[in-house]
Design a protein. Structure first.
Length: 110
C-alpha cells in the first residue's frame, strides 16, 4: 500500500519534526546544566562542612546510587551529544565504592 502525502501534509510533518528536534535539544541542554550543577554541588561546595565524604556518609548504604545516577546521566548525555565532555571524578581524588553501598572519598596526596 502506497500512501500519497501531499505537500501540505509533508510540510506539516517537517514542521512537527522540527518542533520535536528543538524540544529534544532543549532537554539535552537542561540535562547538561543539571548534571554540571549537581557535580559542582558535590565536588565544589563552598561550605567546608559539606564535603563529598560528608554527603556520602549521610547517604550511608545508598551513597553508591549517587555515582550510578551521575554515570548514567553522563552516558545518556554523551549518547545524545558526542561532543559533550563527560564530568568525572576530579583529578587528585579517589572514590572507593564498597560492597555494602557506602563510599569512601580520599584526596590523593601529591
Amino acid at each position: 500500500m502506497i500512501i500519497n502525502i501531499n505537500t501540505t501534509t509533508e510540510e506539516n510533518i517537517k514542521g512537527e519534526l522540527l518542533k520535536v528536534n528543538r524540544l529534544n535539544q532543549s532537554i539535552i541542554q537542561t540535562a547538561k546544566a543539571n548534571s554540571k550543577r549537581a557535580y559542582d554541588i558535590f565536588w565544589k561546595n563552598r561550605d567546608e562542612n559539606i564535603t563529598p565524604q560528608a554527603i556520602c556518609d549521610y547517604l550511608g548504604n545508598e551513597a553508591y546510587k549517587l555515582f550510578q545516577a551521575h554515570i548514567a546521566m553522563e552516558e545518556w548525555i554523551y549518547s545524545q551529544d558526542s561532543t559533550h565532555e563527560k564530568l568525572s571524578i576530579p583529578e587528585g581524588w579517589s572514590v572507593n565504592i564498597h560492597q555494602d553501598g557506602t563510599v569512601t572519598i580520599t584526596k590523593i596526596e601529591e
